[in-house]
Design a protein around this ligand. Structure first.
Ligand code: NAG
Ligand code: NAG
Ligand code: NAG
Ligand code: NAG
Ligand code: NAG
Length: 347
């Protein structure tokens, strides 16, 4: 209780120190908040996240606010916010600002924070069903509220595995409730983009120091990456990741990964950790500038184009390489050196 109170105090302080950007306002609109407050399917999830400055975004001004684009739902990474005010909690701030400057309105951009932006606790974050469910219900709320037949989804880091699970559905154990079953909603997703995801776990979780000390490394719903058996096959990886990667449901009509060779490059059997089996294509950045956060923050223009008009011929980029799904499935080890870069689940 004491920690809850101090957390509330900290967020009140943060809200007074960080004033709103004069060109747009963080948070959900009153119109969307009213919709959520009066709908029993969504009310309990506290999607407005008003206790955080930067906890949420999106909504119409009034009943006749136009929605001309496929609404985008952003899903941030571990211990982050949706649209915060500093490197540790910026979330999708720079992408949202870019989208707002390039034809999107607040009625077409949505997000609600999962978790508590608690950086010191980050290594204990695991893929709890309550997070999967909150992300899933928020997607349903946006479809319901906007009346759009499909949404686009852009996710980052730990938000990638959580949102892939939310879209694919499946059976999940919910604390104090038991198993719940979620149907896939991939038919309601036009384009899915997973940026810097940790789809095959965190290599450092194999070290006993990490495994023994952090819940985030657990083999049930954590990021335990598994071990290599005699045939170089990965076994004993986290059950959550195992089920997710073996579920053939594609995350949307189109599904893409974006990754950097300077971030989470390889799994122990030589695959790109941020690619995933059901993607159509991965876009691979090979420059030291693209760290775990920069690949989210400095690629807004590409994300927007990828959502709205993907034609391979349009992308004569020099900045990144492509990898198609079949190339990925047959991917061979790139180099042992790259493997030394640690996999990252910081945000
Ligand atoms: C935000 O959501 C919570 C839980 O749904 C609700 O109790 C609260 O009144 C909402 N805030 C506003 C400003 O409506
Ligand atoms: C409704 O909201 C839109 C912006 O989304 C605004 O242009 C319009 O003037 C508003 N209409 C009314 C009646 O307030
Ligand atoms: C406010 O948002 C605009 C984009 O809408 C951005 O260009 C500007 O840098 C932001 N200003 C601050 C102080 O955050
Ligand atoms: C996988 O886990 C089982 C049961 O804990 C264990 O016996 C086996 O040695 C593990 N396999 C590898 C390759 O570590
Ligand atoms: C990444 O770029 C370096 C040169 O900077 C090159 O040696 C390496 O082969 C590239 N990696 C891939 C996978 O193409």
């Amino acid at each position: 209780m004491k920690s809850l109170i101090s957390l509330a105090l900290i967020s009140i302080l943060a809200a007074t120190i960080h004033s709103q950007n004069s060109t747009y306002k963080r948070g959900l609109t009153d119109h969307f908040i009213r919709f959520l407050d009066t709908n029993k399917d969504y009310y309990t999830y506290n999607f407005n996240r008003t206790q955080f400055f930067g906890g949420s975004f999106g909504g119409k001004e009034n009943d006749s606010s136009p929605i001309n684009k496929v609404p985008v739902v952003f899903v941030h990474g571990a211990a982050d916010m949706l649209i915060g005010y500093g490197w540790e909690n910026d979330g999708f701030r720079y992408d949202i600002e870019y989208f707002l400057q390039n034809g999107y309105t607040k009625a077409e951009i949505y997000g609600s924070m999962w978790g508590y932006a608690d950086i010191p606790y980050e290594y204990n974050l695991k893929q709890d069903t309550e997070y999967v469910l909150a992300i899933r219900k928020f997607m349903e709320a946006v479809l319901d509220y906007t009346g759009a037949p499909k949404i686009d989804v852009i996710s980052h880091s730990m938000g990638v595995t959580l949102s892939r699970a939310a879209i694919k559905g499946g059976k999940y154990l919910l604390k104090d409730i038991g198993y719940i079953s979620l149907k896939p909603i991939n038919k309601n997703v036009r384009t899915y983009i997973g940026i810097a995801g940790v789809n095959y776990g965190v290599l450092r979780c194999q070290q006993s120091f990490y495994y023994d000390n952090f819940f985030g490394c657990n083999k049930l719903n954590g990021f335990y990456p598994g071990n290599l058996d005699k045939n170089n096959k990965v076994v004993n990886e986290s059950e959550f990741l195992h089920n997710l990667n073996n579920d053939k449901t594609k995350e949307g009509d189109q599904a893409y990964a974006m990754l950097s060779l300077y971030d989470n490059p390889l799994t122990q059997n030589g695959k790109y950790n941020s690619a995933f089996p059901t993607m159509d294509m991965a876009f691979i950045y090979n420059s030291s500038e693209y760290t775990h956060l920069v690949i989210r923050d400095k690629t807004s223009e590409f994300q927007l184009r990828l959502l709205n008009s993907y034609h391979p011929s349009e992308f004569q980029e020099t900045e990144f390489m492509f990898m198609t799904n079949s190339e990925y499935i047959h991917q061979v080890k790139v180099s042992q050196e790259d493997k030394e870069l640690e996999s990252n689940f910081l945000q």
